[in-house]
Design a protein around this ligand. Structure first.
Ligand SMILES: C[S@@+](CC[C@H](N)C(=O)[O-])C[C@H]1O[C@@H](n2cnc3c(N)ncnc32)[C@H](O)[C@@H]1O
Length: 315
């Protein structure tokens, strides 16, 4: 079966991580500043994984690109030259703007797809390492979860968590990572054009568990209920009275709705207030996303057991 761009959805699309950026990710303050420092529109731009050249088209529409050289292993636009840039990365460019191919190594292995010999666990990290090693300024679209990967942070100046649909064929939350030529003192984190704070500040809001021993997850006789995922309407991760879960069957592998046994004072209201505050302070960028958008237009999120433990020992 072929997608809108004529790409085989079953193999070629997955192996090459082909998800074209149909939205415009550049209409935000952090990118405008970065582009100015990088000398756009005068400096020539490298797009090493260009596909249908949609990013360059967006930049031209904004008056930010006078000259670009675009490459792809499967060009889908007349201005894109055929080149395997993962093995033969173009040299001599100061500014690189791209959305590299995304493919998790475990997914490639499961599906029997080719994956380069690298220690990176996703193709986009491998591709990004090439961009950063060869170019002074790099702007790359990456999964929002990259912000928690602690990778290439020395040169990252800004990370913009983007809302609004950037792709038509995947609803993964996406971020725009902006890199500078030199070591940066801090990473500024944004939600679109709203500054959320430095990454270290946001991380300091994350609750840390003091002990691992006083909470037992997936206990059918637990004294607290835990709803670890948002519903499809709104932010709804919370602790609750286990009676609320009624006869809900608690399995050992449960990761979404469960009962837990807490060997400490039970403070459901305070814990939930802490979760709400944390979500406000961090705009959810430190929580993993879960299956697409809610009705309020934001991504559904999931909380893991470490987070739950942290909240319980924090309050
Ligand atoms: C996520 S798509 C993004 C395309 C484009 N940057 C955009 O934002 O619309 C990634 C692109 O990387 C290309 N690609 C994958 N492996 C490549 C390789 N080894 N060399 C060059 N391009 C590659 C794919 O063909 C695909 O067009």
């Amino acid at each position: 079966m072929l997608d809108l761009f004529g790409i085989d959805v079953t193999t070629e699309k997955r192996t090459n991580g082909v998800y074209y950026t149909t939205g415009n990710p550049f209409g935000n303050v952090a990118f405008a500043r970065w582009a100015n420092t990088a000398g756009l529109p005068k400096t020539s731009i490298l797009e090493p994984f260009a596909g249908a050249n949609l990013l360059i088209t967006s930049l031209k529409d904004m008056g930010l690109c006078n000259r670009a050289d675009s490459f792809d292993i499967a060009p889908a636009h007349a201005d894109v030259k055929l080149r395997d840039t993962l093995t033969d990365f173009p040299k001599g460019y100061d500014v690189c703007i791209t959305n590299p191919p995304w493919l998790a190594k475990n997914s490639a292995t499961r599906r029997g797809l080719a994956f380069p010999a690298t220690s990176y666990d996703d193709l986009y990290k491998f591709a990004l390492s090439k961009c950063i090693n060869h170019c002074a300024y790099v702007a790359a679209l990456v999964p929002e979860s990259f912000i928690r990967a602690r990778l290439f942070q020395e040169r990252m100046s800004d990370f913009v968590s983007l809302t609004g649909n950037m792709f038509i064929d995947t609803d993964n939350p996406v971020g725009l990572a902006l890199f500078a030529p030199d070591i940066t003192p801090e990473v500024q984190v944004w939600r679109n054009s709203k500054k959320l704070g430095t990454l270290s500040k946001l991380e300091s809001y994350r609750p840390r568990a003091k002990s691992r021993n006083n909470v037992r997850f997936n206990d059918p006789d637990g004294n607290v209920g835990f709803i670890a995922i948002d519903n499809t309407r709104e932010a709804s991760i919370r602790f609750c009275d286990p009676k609320e879960l009624g006869d809900y069957e608690v399995r050992g592998t449960c990761r979404s709705i469960t009962k837990i046994f807490v060997d400490a004072p039970i403070r459901i209201e305070e814990w939930n207030r802490f979760i709400d505050n944390f979500r406000q302070q961090t705009a959810d960028v430190l929580l993993t996303s879960f299956k697409g958008l809610r009705k309020d237009g934001l991504y559904r999120r999931r909380a893991d057991w470490d987070f739950a433990r942290g909240v319980i020992s924090h309050v």
